[in-house]
Design a protein around this ligand. Structure first.
Ligand SMILES: [Zn+2]
Length: 357
């Protein structure tokens, strides 16, 4: 009871933050209140022509969000950024981002000088995991895993109420788990990574290869219209019973299921939340994932004791998870700097915005 009172006292209803999900092609941003509600959502293309232009894109997304919501910058207490790549959140530096073409970019310092507002950064999947843990399906759970399926495949875990980063902030990068030793080459250079078999571009490549081999499919329609086949075309064709598309999604789902099973055995989560562009409820991909997991659990009493198929859910936050999670980074970062991580009451399950906000 005492704890609940303390949490309520710490809330300041007017504290607004901006969360930014920086992608290689798009930047999504929104104003986030203390309840995780997002206003003024916008999405703009990412200018990756050079570092300065990309940083300017981020600043532009933030200003456009404020404009869309009619909120002055003065009301914003902090900005959080989720960045696709390896990030040092303590120093506020993006160490490496292949998608953005960044190496050792001092994002936090640049943005704080540009906007005059405190800023925090972390990996984008870490941010989305935090968002799911605080406001989404993982709310109130001490142990959960978030799996992002989209242009890439990556996961992060909440362990005992804390986002687990690992030594380089990359713990959970199961996209580069080799699941087929002689499989297709991954962008990381290895062969047969989960990402090279089941991420969006991998699905599109599988479809293009099958068409080149002369397989009949509705996807040829897109080729005839001179469109590059994308994963959304495969989902659309599969829902119209296209045999090739169904097969591609089924095979990808089986590979992803093994990735999920590995996460379950590694982290023993209460819940696995699947998000990202490919996380579509009732799609053949999700059905294949569920079916393969059910099969694996059927074989293993240990697995059944640790997980049920109901404990694997699709996010209901979509892209907002990354935005609200990025905003929440600021608070988590501040709490860690205050040495708060040793105390149960500061964990994400009892999350609150600190007084300084
Ligand atoms: Zn790889």
């Amino acid at each position: 009871m005492q704890q609940v009172q303390r949490v309520n006292e710490a809330r300041e209803p007017d504290a607004l933050m901006i969360g930014v999900d920086v992608g290689g092609t798009k930047i999504a941003a929104g104003i986030v209140d203390t309840n995780g509600q997002v206003e003024g959502r916008i999405q703009i293309p990412t200018d990756t022509s050079d570092v300065e232009h990309t940083l300017q894109s981020i600043a532009c997304a933030i200003r456009s969000t404020l404009e869309a919501a009619g909120t002055p910058l003065a009301r914003v207490k902090a900005v959080g950024l989720g960045i696709p790549g390896m990030v040092d959140p303590e120093q506020g530096v993006c160490l490496l981002s292949v998608n953005l073409g960044w190496q050792n970019v001092a994002v936090q310092r640049w943005l704080e000088q540009e906007l005059g507002v405190p800023c925090a950064i972390d990996n984008d999947v870490s941010a989305a995991t935090l968002g799911e843990s605080i406001y989404g399906a993982g709310k109130g759970l001490q142990n959960m895993v978030y799996l992002s399926l989209g242009t890439g495949v990556a996961a992060r875990a909440i362990i005992d109420g804390w986002l687990y980063r690992g030594a380089h902030g990359m713990a959970g990068e199961i996209g580069h788990l080799v699941v087929m030793p002689d499989g297709p080459v991954c962008r990381c250079g290895a062969r047969g990574c989960l990402e090279a078999l089941a991420a969006g571009p991998a699905l599109a490549l599988a479809a293009q290869n099958a068409i080149a081999e002369g397989k009949a499919t509705q996807l040829q329609t897109y080729q005839r219209q001179h469109e590059i086949i994308r994963s959304e075309h495969i989902f659309a064709a599969a829902s119209a019973n296209d045999a090739l598309s169904l097969q591609i999604l089924r095979e990808a789902g089986e590979h992803i299921a093994y990735g999920i099973y590995l996460l379950v055995m590694t982290f023993d989560p209460q819940l696995v939340v699947i998000g990202g562009g490919l996380a579509i409820e009732q799609s053949p991909l999700l059905i294949a994932i569920q079916a393969r997991i059910a099969h694996l659990l059927g074989q293993s009493p240990v697995g059944r004791a640790m997980l049920s198929t109901e404990a694997i859910q699709v996010t209901n936050m979509q892209r907002d998870a990354a935005i609200v999670g990025a905003a929440a980074l600021v608070a988590q970062d501040k709490r860690k700097k205050q040495g708060a991580c040793a105390y149960e009451q500061y964990r994400t399950i009892n999350y609150f915005y600190p007084r300084w906000l």
